[in-house]
Write a protein that binds this ligand. Structure first.
Ligand SMILES: [Mg+2]
Length: 166
């Protein structure tokens, strides 16, 4: 299903190196708003430590964000010392393609991490990548996102039900 993730976890730092290796994931595309940062620009706790554990295993990361806020995207990209693609227009494929080119890795070996089904997850599935959904870290949301949330919750509930007994 195009709207379903393959992994659903609480936060980005819960994604383990073991899980990535088991699923042949060699790189991650990371969403920024509500995945790495909240709206007060606070970084998710333990992010740098988590990323260094990936780096040690040669798992690459890149920022893939729909945001147009250069300063914010640069700040997080410099913090982790990873490249970025902004104005990504997720769920359209072009941003994913651009980021994939930079990574130089096959789409089936790329995980996409984000908090929104209608941008991150659908875009990842359309691009034949491995979608990973995380819970949004901020309670405050942009109003556009807020409208979509009840629908997302419905999808997540259905998804979790579909996973029962698997
Ligand atoms: Mg987001």
């Amino acid at each position: 299903m195009i709207i379903y993730p393959k992994l659903y976890c609480k936060k980005v730092t819960d994604i383990t190196v073991e899980f990535l290796k088991e699923n042949n994931i060699k790189a991650l595309m990371l969403d920024v708003d509500n995945t790495l940062l909240d709206f007060e620009l606070k970084v998710v706790e333990g992010l740098e430590k988590w990323y260094s554990s990936l780096k040690k295993e040669n798992i690459k990361c890149i920022i893939l964000s729909n945001s147009n806020k250069l300063e914010k995207i640069k700040m997080i990209s410099e913090l982790l010392d990873i490249p970025y693609v902004m104005f990504a227009t997720k769920p359209l494929k072009r941003g994913f393609k651009k980021a994939q080119k930079i990574l130089g890795i096959d789409s089936k070996n790329i995980g996409v991490v984000g908090d929104q089904i209608f941008t991150d997850i659908i875009g990842a599935n359309r691009s034949k990548m491995f979608p990973i959904l995380v819970q949004p870290i901020a309670k405050k949301d942009l109003w556009m996102t807020r409208i979509k949330r009840p629908l997302e919750e419905l999808v997540i509930r259905k998804y979790l039900k579909s996973q029962e007994g698997k």
